[in-house]
Structures are given as C-alpha cells and as structure tokens.
Design a protein around this ligand. Structure first.
Ligand SMILES: [Zn+2]
Length: 143
C-alpha cells in the first residue's frame, strides 16, 4: 500500500531526525542522551525520561518538580516582562504626549507673540509677553 509506505518513510525520517537532534545531557556523564532511549549512548547508564528530560531512574518525581518549578519561573518571568513592556509603552506614550503638549504650547506662544507684533505693539513687549507665557506654561508642564 502506498499510504503505508509513506507512513513508514515518515517514521524513518522522524527517527533519523531524532537521532541527529542534539540530545539532553546525561545525568551520569553529561554527554548527549538520545531522547527516550533507556540507556545513555556514552556511558550506558540506565535513563528515565520525564517530558523529554533524562534523569536517573527513581528521580522522576524530583525532575517533575524541578520542571514544574522552571515552568513557574518562566511564567513569572513572562508576566514581569509583560509588565515591563507595558510600563515602557506607557512612559513612551507619556513622553510623546509631553512632546505634543510642548509643541502645541510653543505654537500658541509664538502665535501670540506674532499677533502682538502684528498688532502694532513693539517687538520688546511681544517678546516679553511670549516669554512670560512660555515660562508659565513650562511651569505648569514640569512643575
Ligand atoms: Zn551518560
């Protein structure tokens, strides 16, 4: 049957890929242990497997616990990372808003100065008014 041949070929390819893949460190010798093999290919020590991690037979419970701990830490780290990214986004947004505010205020102040100047008042008064408004606005923003 063609289908069976295909399945067999896939299985073979899977086995080859598995034997080529880098294994996990053997708990005895530290060499690569091929996933789900009952013995280490380097030191021939007996191996037990928990979720793709090798351990000495009888230490499955401890490994399960340590894997759960790792997962918990990874989850906590992810939450922390998300929080940090969120905070960064917020401060970025605040900085953008501050920048927009500053540009708007500068525009208003310059317009006011221009209006005063165009209205026939002397440059000195226009400059003085613009500076005063500017200082007041800056005091509001940063104070
Ligand atoms: Zn070994």
């Amino acid at each position: 049957m063609a289908l069976q041949q295909l399945l067999e070929t896939q299985k073979l390819a899977q086995q080859v890929a598995q034997s080529n893949s880098k294994g996990k460190p053997c708990p005895y010798c530290g060499g690569d242990a091929i996933p789900n093999y009952q013995r280490c290919k380097n030191c021939a020590s007996p191996l037990s497997w928990v979720e793709g991690h090798p351990c000495k037979p009888g230490e499955e419970g401890r490994l399960t616990q340590s894997l759960a701990e790792d997962r918990k830490q990874a989850a906590e780290k992810e939450v922390e990372d998300n929080n940090r990214r969120y905070q960064e986004k917020i401060s970025e947004k605040a900085a953008q808003q501050g920048c927009t505010k500053l540009i708007a205020v500068t525009g208003i102040v310059l317009t006011a100065a221009l209006c005063l100047y165009a209205g026939g008042l002397s440059k000195n008064i226009g400059f003085f008014v613009a500076t005063t408004i500017g200082i007041l606005v800056l005091a509001v923003i940063f104070g």
